[in-house]
Design a protein around this ligand. Structure first.
Ligand code: ADP
Ligand code: MG
Length: 260
């Protein structure tokens, strides 16, 4: 949580994005700016478009209208002579490495050790030296509390440990922002705390994060800002205490009365 009121660099700018699947409108003009080091928690009922928003931010879904800018890059496009041109899939993939994503399902490579899982992408995608990346990976595993598991295979780990490896794997790419999509929803209840505690540590270390979660306690304690979505729009946003304790909008009140 930040105590500074100084303006900070904006890392993510989502400007009026629209997304439809067939005739179904899923996002109806969503805008969101996230500053460097800021932690934004996105809440909202199932089907409100939260996952679609995250998937649009890293261009796993292409927006129908609007723009997503991460750092200096318009995701999926390049500007030349004042005109936006769509990038090739290859170049989008490269751009996408600046946006880390942690999913509900961690999808580690089962035939690779924990360390190999973390080292794989920086070596293969960024073509960095394996030795350097391995040293960084060990440090990242220490940060998520799993240094002693570096030679284990994913199926030897609990779900909470696997998710922590998935977080280390994402951080190994040195993303500008990490998007978390309900990172604890697939976990047994007793394993949720260890993952949230790692995420809290990352927030304290200044990682820029957008976290879709139903963990209201986490949002309250860790988020700088809470965004409430419903029906493909941002209904309300603000400081956690304001949105969670004194929501202005009826839809926010209704949602919170079900989850609190
Ligand atoms: P949330 O994450 O808030 O639960 P989603 O963004 O996953 O919501 O989904 C919003 C709506 O979009 C849902 O009704 C879902 O069925 C629909 N949807 C999501 N992805 C697709 C897709 N690839 N094709 C068709 N409909 C989709
Ligand atoms: Mg979702």
């Amino acid at each position: 949580m930040t105590t500074s009121t100084a303006p900070r660099d904006t890392i993510v700018r989502v400007r009026g994005i629209h997304k439809r699947f067939g005739s179904l409108k899923i996002l109806n003009g969503v805008s969101l700016s996230v500053g460097r080091g800021e932690v934004v928690c996105v809440l909202g009922p199932s089907g409100s478009g939260k996952s679609t928003l995250l998937r649009c931010i890293n261009h796993l879904e292409k927006v129908d209208d609007g723009l997503v800018v991460v750092g200096d890059h318009t995701i999926g496009y390049e500007e030349s002579g004042g005109v936006l041109r769509e990038l090739s899939e290859r170049r989008v993939c490269r751009q996408r490495t600046s946006v880390g994503m942690v999913f509900q399902r961690f999808n580690l490579f089962s035939h690779m050790t924990v360390l190999e899982n973390v080292v794989e992408a920086p070596v293969r995608v960024h073509r960095r030296k394996r030795g350097t990346v391995e040293r960084e990976a060990v440090e990242l595993l220490r940060r998520v509390g799993l240094a002693e598991k570096k030679d284990a295979y994913p199926d030897q780990l609990s779900g909470g440990q696997q998710q922590r490896v998935a977080i280390a794997r994402t951080l190994a790419m040195k993303p500008d922002v990490v998007l978390f999509d309900e990172p604890t929803s697939a976990l047994d209840p007793e394993l949720v705390g260890e993952v949230l505690s790692v995420m809290r540590g990352l927030a304290e270390d200044g990682l820029t994060m957008i976290v879709v979660t139903h963990e209201i306690g986490f949002a309250r304690e860790v988020a700088d800002r809470v965004v409430f979505m419903d029906g493909g729009v941002v209904v309300e946003e603000g400081a956690p205490a304001a949105v969670l304790d004194t929501p202005r909008e009826e839809r926010t009140k209704a949602f919170l009365s079900h989850v609190l």
